[in-house]
Design a protein around this ligand. Structure first.
Ligand SMILES: [Mn+2]
Length: 483
């Protein structure tokens, strides 16, 4: 099975139903084209005007729902991939802001703010994703996706549209409720026999999220933001301990070395972390009230792990993480495991980069909110697939090249690098990935790390163009069959 033929699309979306059977066929064709031309927008993904028009018509058809597309991918993620995993499933949550500047002049989009003093932010969409990974960081698929609506008001002093301030509202009415809602939705999927851990950065440090997880026995690992009062016995008691001060005062219990990604030329940096952990109780924040937030405001029993970098290199910000979890941490090994999970959070940033730069969703020519959402949902599946491809076969020593490429694609790839035209049967997928990345600018000396996702998608696009040109010149029909 090759990646570019329809087989994976059949596997992933075999059961998808729109109200019209022709729409199913169209959808699969669009996916195939998007996969071949990941970086293109609609008009350059297709060869002729009628296909372009058909694609636009697909996204504007009211019978096509983004919900249907996502749901089918979520089911396949669970049934085809999560089921096969033996370890824990890490679900990483994060929000990305999709920017359409001010070229879309309608109020179906949201103000997404960039730091520009005295100017209204640009219009766009706020996308909250929940991506499932296994413990070695292979992305298994999306389990949830939300487009958050942002309420804006005219700020009286600044004289501009701004995010509405909502301190006085209950959590269900706040924008931050998305973090809890996503976890609830995933919990309601009832994925049985798998241990799921929800992971998020400091934005998700929300009492109600911890409370929901506590009530539902849902596991989480979240980085703390607020220096909350902890270990109080009575609600009105004057706090003796603050979260950060308390954990910083603990003696170091262990050290670990981690390698983690950074946004620089060198992709990774190593760090030695000193670790301490202990349990604590988290009372409801003082501004929660009976009327606004209900009466069940429990003291939660949680564990905290603090990881502080020893001797960070000059000019680098030292790692200083305080992670909160409702999974028991009684031994250094258990604390270290959680730190490793947290380093996997970075993968959602990579996913968002693939979606925005790799799949060019900000270059979409669509204007309407609903159409954009359907388009972005479709591209999200392509972004996941490319990401999955790069991870899955970088690690798997046994995978063969034919799991990713059709024989024609293999031949052209090898020819391009002056290798024998008949691929040896044992050419590993890992080598093919390297060659594809080389097409995209990866140097691939022995000392280089495995190829990054950027060179991979660039190389991927080039290879697909080579294949298309070859087919055109040789007069080969694009036959769409599977099996
Ligand atoms: Mn974030």
């Amino acid at each position: 099975m090759g990646v570019t033929d329809l087989c994976w699309i059949e596997q992933e979306f075999g059961d998808i139903r729109f109200k019209d059977i022709r729409l199913v066929k169209r959808f699969k064709h669009i996916l195939k084209k998007f996969m071949q031309q990941a970086q293109s927008n609609i008009s350059s993904s297709f060869e002729n005007w009628s296909s372009i028009k058909a694609c636009y018509r697909f996204f504007s058809n009211t019978k096509v729902k983004s919900f249907t597309i996502l749901k089918e991918h979520v089911i396949s993620t669970i049934d085809n991939r999560i089921r096969d995993e033996s370890g824990k499933i890490l679900v990483i949550h994060d929000t990305t802001y999709i920017d359409y500047k001010n070229r879309v002049k309608n109020d179906s989009l949201d103000r997404v703010f960039r730091a520009q003093k005295g100017k209204d932010g640009s219009l766009g969409l706020i996308l909250h994703n929940s991506l499932a990974l296994n413990e070695s960081g292979i992305p298994l698929g999306l389990l949830n996706q939300k487009f958050v609506r942002r309420e804006t008001i005219n700020h009286p002093e600044r004289g501009m549209l701004t995010k509405q301030y909502v301190h006085t509202k209950p959590i269900q009415e706040k924008e931050s409720y998305r973090w809890i809602e996503a976890i609830k939705d995933i919990n309601n999927l009832n994925i049985v026999d798998k241990e799921i851990v929800h992971i998020a950065d400091r934005e998700a440090d929300i009492y109600e999220l911890y409370k929901y997880c506590d009530e539902q026995n849902v596991k989480f690992l979240i980085r703390a933001k607020e220096n909350r009062a902890i270990n109080k016995e009575k609600r009105r008691e004057k706090p003796k301990y603050k979260l950060f001060d308390y954990f910083r005062s603990l003696p170091g219990m262990s050290t670990i070395n981690i390698k983690f990604p950074i946004n620089k030329d060198v992709k990774y940096r190593e760090a030695t972390l000193s670790i301490s952990f202990t349990e604590f109780t988290l009372p409801p924040p003082p501004n929660r009230t009976y009327n606004k937030d209900g009466k069940e405001l429990a003291n939660l029993k949680l564990w905290g792990i603090i990881a502080i970098e020893q001797n960070p290199p000059e000019g680098e910000e030292a790692i200083n993480w305080l992670l909160i979890t409702n999974i028991k941490v009684n031994a250094a090994g258990e604390a270290i495991e959680k730190i490793h999970w947290y380093t996997q959070r970075w993968n959602i940033e990579i996913f968002h980069k693939v979606l925005k730069s790799g799949c060019s969703i900000e270059a979409a020519q669509l204007r309407d909110r609903e159409r954009l959402i359907k388009y972005i949902t479709t591209k999200s599946i392509i972004a996941w697939r490319i990401f999955w491809l790069s991870r899955k076969f970088n690690n798997d020593q046994n995978a063969s090249c034919s799991q990713i490429l059709t024989s024609l694609e293999q031949k052209l790839l090898l020819k391009r690098f002056n290798k024998t035209a008949d691929p040896p049967k044992e050419l590993p997928a890992k080598e093919a990935i390297k060659l594809i990345a080389k097409l995209g600018g990866y140097i691939g000396r022995n000392c280089d790390p495995t190829p990054g996702i950027i060179s991979l998608w660039r190389g991927w696009t080039r290879l697909m163009n080579m294949v298309n040109d070859y087919k055109m010149l040789a007069g080969i029909e694009d036959i769409e069959t599977c099996g």
